[in-house]
Design a protein around this ligand. Structure first.
Ligand SMILES: [Zn+2]
Ligand SMILES: [Zn+2]
Length: 129
């Protein structure tokens, strides 16, 4: 299977709405268009319809990730894009998460992180350095 087909299968596993006939295509922004966070691939539905799903991470990076997370990104006034990012399972509840504890570097989702403490460090708070 091609990289794009393997990634498409992974995206369907996380319940993204990808109709039959969807293709993942690489995006090659011109140097002038290349900004931080620009997408490296995007999903096109049947007939080449833009599904507004893509990622700033390469297909290979995402395939190598333990889990994937679909993050809604507001790209305009009404449009919302879905940015696919590499994620890890939360240690507590196994939900895909992008965040990790600053002290033990363990992956924790926002909800479980609220209850996650380290002896001697007090409650997880905003860093004061
Ligand atoms: Zn959790
Ligand atoms: Zn920790």
């Amino acid at each position: 299977m091609k990289t794009s087909e393997r990634l498409l299968a992974r995206l369907r596993e996380i319940d993204l709405d990808l109709p039959e006939g969807t293709r993942l295509v690489r995006v090659y922004p011109s140097p002038a268009m290349r900004t931080e966070g620009s997408w490296t691939w995007t999903a096109l539905g049947p007939g080449g319809r833009d599904l507004r799903i893509g990622s700033q991470h390469s297909m290979a990076t995402l395939l190598g990730a333990e889990m994937l997370l679909a993050e809604p990104v507001r790209s305009g006034v009404v449009d919302t894009d879905i940015d696919v990012v590499p994620a890890r399972p939360c240690r507590q509840c196994a939900t895909a998460t992008e965040t990790a504890c600053r002290i033990c570097r363990g992956p924790f989702c926002q909800t479980c992180f609220t209850d996650h403490h380290h002896e001697g460090y007090g409650t997880p708070a905003e860093p004061d350095w």
